[in-house]
Design a protein around this ligand. Structure first.
Ligand SMILES: O=C(O)c1cc(C(=O)O)c2c(n1)C(=O)C(=O)c1cc(C(=O)O)[nH]c1-2
Length: 267
């Protein structure tokens, strides 16, 4: 299948083959963790201590474009979703990334600055200025292209399919934990508070995944639909992989070519 058809493809509701059970379907989705960008040489370089400060700065500045796209993508999903209960859960993602202000009856106000702000603090901790992060001057064209493909998909696909495309988050807690475990030892020049974003995500991501997985397991019920869900997940894995390809090409991978998926081709 040409992946450009991912939006246009129509799926026969049932072609006579038995649907996977819920557990089998979930296992088929999880199986794709082998193609997660945790295995990309650029990520392997970052998390095994081989990256220079310049490479780390490049990664943080480019990933910022993904960070700011996430709540826009989630707002697109909500705009397409008529189910109030789903929206009630989904809105938490926007609050997680954009932050929110809340007030007590006595007039006291509190601000949760949110994940995008935490990412900017990560950028400052690795030596970037706020301005050079937020004006996107370091964002590479290919990274922009890949991230924009994700937002466009979420705008145009049925909301359940857009939800399914968020399921790379199944594999995200492991990559955040990997950074928390390895960066302080390899990169002692990065202030530990800078890593708060990763700490926050280790508790936020599993909650996101629970909702995304329930929607997906409920919606894709026939075998052709379940296979389509797997294709959507692969499409999203390719977005993350491509971002790393682009960054690796631009900033280099210090000769790191290993990692379980280093020679992965889109399947
Ligand atoms: O650092 C990472 O490798 C990584 C990957 C992903 C992902 O798998 O999409 C997300 C995040 N981080 C992340 O922090 C995050 O908030 C997030 C939201 C989503 C999404 O698709 O809705 N993915 C991810």
């Amino acid at each position: 299948m040409i992946r450009a058809d991912i939006l246009a493809e129509s799926i026969d509701a049932d072609d006579g083959r038995p649907a996977w059970s819920r557990d089998e379907f979930e296992a088929q989705l999880r199986e794709n963790g082998k193609s997660y960008h945790i295995h990309h040489p650029f990520n392997v370089m970052l998390n095994t201590g081989h990256a220079t400060p310049e490479q780390i700065r490049g990664w943080v500045a480019n990933r910022y474009y993904y960070q700011i796209a996430i709540p826009v993508k989630d707002a697109a999903i909500m705009a397409n979703c008529p189910d109030r209960e789903v929206r009630r859960g989904w809105v938490q993602r926007i609050l997680d990334h954009d932050g929110f202000e809340y007030g007590l009856p006595n007039g006291e106000k509190f601000l949760d600055a949110g994940g995008i702000e935490a990412w900017i603090r990560l950028g400052e901790a690795v030596g970037l200025t706020r301005a050079e992060i937020t004006d996107l001057r370091h964002v590479l064209p290919g990274v922009r292209f890949a991230v924009d493909a994700y937002v466009n998909f979420a705008r145009r696909a049925p909301w359940q399919e857009a939800v399914c495309s968020s399921l790379t988050e199944l594999f995200a807690p492991a990559i955040h934990r990997q950074r928390l475990a390895t960066w302080p030892g390899h990169y002692p020049w990065i202030e530990p508070e800078g890593l708060q974003y990763f700490r926050n995500r280790t508790s936020q991501a599993p909650r996101d995944v629970e909702q995304g997985l329930q929607v997906t397991l409920d919606h894709f019920r026939t075998r052709p639909m379940q296979e389509r869900a797997v294709q959507i997940l692969k499409f999203k894995l390719d977005i993350l992989w491509s971002m790393n390809d682009v960054m690796g090409q631009h900033y280099g991978t210090q000769g790191v070519t290993t990692g379980a998926g280093a020679d992965r081709k889109a399947a």
